[in-house]
Design a protein around this ligand. Structure first.
Ligand SMILES: Nc1nc2c(ncn2[C@@H]2O[C@H](COP(=O)(O)OP(=O)(O)OP(=O)(O)O)[C@@H](O)[C@H]2O)c(=O)[nH]1
Ligand SMILES: [Zn+2]
Length: 302
């Protein structure tokens, strides 16, 4: 049987809906038994690239799962290439530590592109410019947009093309409004999903990929701040990209870059090559992870 490559767009009632290059319609597929979800494997999830075979009735069978480039776990979605960390210039105010936590989670997830998008530019701007410059200096691309006034939308749309994107960020910053402003057809799908989530605790959250400009937008937030405690402490500094050039320059190895003498990161901080704000965020997140892990160990000991 000739196999065709496709992308799993959504999973529903034990069917996997696959988009192929040749069909305009999604192909409803069943799985071969070897792909079923077990304690050890996530099974096949939305975003997976697969090879399918066709049955005479027009449905399909997933025969092969292709290697994953990335994996977000809650909810499970494979091969996300980009996260747009969405915050508001005001209402709610930009919360620097929260932004840094999201940046660390995104770096840890191994996503190729990490962008910061500051929405509600119509409400505020002047005094956050200096703050955002710090993040641009750290290597992040920052988009300033307003869903309400449709400012900055061309740049945002251009960033989405060809990528598989999740929009992550705190509640109320305007993620749904931005999707509406990008394309009316996206608004419907997001609305449906948030209804589903609100309906009750028994509905599990499943992701769906919404096709957009040769790429996809994932309709769920991607990751939650709850996962921070799972990050290995000794890897944290790697998730601050502007620290990386200095990580081999500490006298002690391993070095936590908090209290050790002759630390490359602290030397760069003193020289102004690393910003005070970002270093303080590192210290705060370091402590947070340490405490979360101590708490977990205590629970396991009991
Ligand atoms: N002034 C202004 N208000 C906006 C803008 N974008 C969204 N809002 C408002 O901000 C509020 C929250 O917007 P949502 O799109 O629901 O935010 P969300 O991030 O999807 O929120 P959750 O569903 O809680 O995650 C709404 O009252 C919007 O009208 C904007 O660019 N400017
Ligand atoms: Zn160090």
């Amino acid at each position: 049987m000739q196999l065709e490559e496709g992308r799993v767009i959504k999973a529903y009632n034990s069917f996997f809906y696959v988009q192929t290059n040749t069909d305009s319609e999604l192909v409803a597929c069943k799985l071969r038994g070897k792909f079923k979800k077990t304690r050890r494997s996530q099974g096949v999830v939305p975003g997976d690239k697969v090879l399918i075979g066709r049955l005479p009735d027009g449905t399909g069978v997933v025969e092969e799962q292709l290697p994953r480039e990335s994996m977000l776990r809650r909810p499970a979605v494979a091969n996300v290439t980009q996260v747009i960390l969405t915050f508001a210039a005001a209402q709610p105010d930009l919360h620097p530590l929260l932004l840094n936590r999201f940046l660390v989670l995104a770096e840890w997830s191994g996503l190729k592109n990490i962008l910061i998008c500051v929405n509600k530019a119509d409400l505020h701007d002047g005094d956050i410019a200096a703050f955002l410059n710090l993040y641009e200096q750290a290597g992040y691309r920052v988009l300033r947009v307003s869903a309400k006034e449709k400012q900055g939308m061309a740049e945002l749309k251009e960033a989405l093309a060809g990528e598989t994107t999740v929009f992550a960020g705190p509640s109320g910053v305007g993620k749904s409004s931005l999707l509406n402003a990008i394309d009316d057809s996206l608004s419907l799908a997001t609305g449906q999903v948030s209804d589903k989530i609100k309906r009750g605790k028994h509905t599990t959250r499943v992701a769906e990929l919404l096709p957009y400009e040769q790429g996809f937008i994932v309709d769920t937030p991607g990751f939650s701040a709850m996962e921070l405690g799972e990050i290995p402490l000794e890897e944290l500094a790697n998730f601050f990209p502007e620290f990386r050039p200095y990580l081999g320059k500490c006298r002690f190895a391993p070095c936590s870059h908090t209290h050790e003498p002759d630390c490359g990161v602290k030397t760069a901080l003193a020289a102004g090559e690393i910003s005070q704000e970002r270093y303080e965020a590192y210290e705060a997140i370091y402590k947070e992870i340490q405490e979360a892990q101590q708490l977990k160990r205590k629970k396991e000991y009991k």
